[in-house]
Design a protein around this ligand. Sequence first.
Ligand SMILES: [Zn+2]
Length: 459
Amino acid sequence: MSLDPVLDRIDADLPQAVERLKELLRIPSISTDPAYKADCDMAADWLVADLVAMGFAASKRPTPGHPMVVAHAGGDGPHVLFYGHYDVQPVDPLHLWNRDPFDPQVEDTPKGKVIRGRGTSDDKGQLMTFVEACRAWIAVHGSLPAKMTLFFEGEEESGSPSLVPFMQDNAKELTADIALICDTGLYGDSTPAIITQLRGLLGEEITITGPDKDLHSGMYGGLAMNPARVLARVIAALHDEDGRITVPGFYDGVPDLSNELAAAWDDLRFDEAAFLGDVGLSIPAGEKGRRPLEMIWSRPTCEVNGMWSGYTGDGFKTVLPSQAHAKISFRLVGTQDPLAIRAAFRKMVQDMIPADCSVTFAAHGASAAGQMTTTHPAFAQARRALSDEWPQAAAYVGSGGSIPIAAYFKQILDMDAMLIGFGKNDDQIHSPNEKYDLSSFHKGIRSWARILHAMTQTA
Ligand SMILES: [Zn+2]
């Protein structure tokens, strides 16, 4: 099946595709707020109706939370699953929006046309890039070039409580040759990016207790141990002078950057001065001797996310506090074992606590890093297809964040995932005035049409 008429069809149909996207965007499917439960249902119904009209066998599937949408079409060729989410973030603070977040419109901006509204970039606009690519294939050729399963979630923005059980219960139906995920961004403004690695995440909360009640620092200070002092010592000890993390065994399973990846990342010409300058900084704070991109993509971290003790209100109080607290998270890479690191971290802290103080720990999640299988043929096919569409060649990039769905596909369905998205850094996802560039939407649709073609040509 030839590609060019499909691309032509996408170009000609763009105004209608924008209108369809606006219809979906008008449904306020805020998953975290129970007041919008019926709207989440309505968004799922809208997708089912649209997919059925295109010839998919599509259905809304109940969960204890918001429904999933699952749709199948096509028969021959490789089996491709596509994942996106139809739910959106809340819109507060509403007064910071320039327009009604659920009355989306196309706006002219100095950087080109954008669609403004909640969910435009995260993730309805991105999800619809794939749906529109399918629509164009069907309109031109009467069928899809591959066996296709679409899988849309309605709880991504509220922790995905139903996702793992649903995947386990429907494993056979959802297992395909590869999962495509469209919920990420471009590298810069015009370089399409395929994510090859994601960092894991380990969260720990510690509470150090000294005296059994808050004390007067005049009466007790000097004689009684202050737990805030102990906490400060613990936190200061977590990094050495070179920025390395001192938890024993922490670097077990941390791979060195391959020469190939190092060269590829150097080609990206990451502008660390601009990146840090955007947030009022200028000096990289990671391990000495590492590239800035390594620090955010392929090196593990230890960060203090919160610390408090004693009196933190207005004014002043000469208290010697009974307790000191900190929330600390680790971003993990390679084959670092989150549970082994948790145990080593707790032992290290415990060993630093004076005899008449005590420490308790609370766990906040533990997930290992994800490594995509870039030797899967779909990666090279997608890379070529994306490079044909965009002004820059497609890049393999890391992601400092953690996107659990990619790991679930591997763990539960033994299926590789490929993350490709067309968002931009300034899309303001999760914030007021979210937008999606019209060019991202258009080129995103064309990109998926090309990727489907590339994956089926060589199969
Ligand atoms: Zn998203």
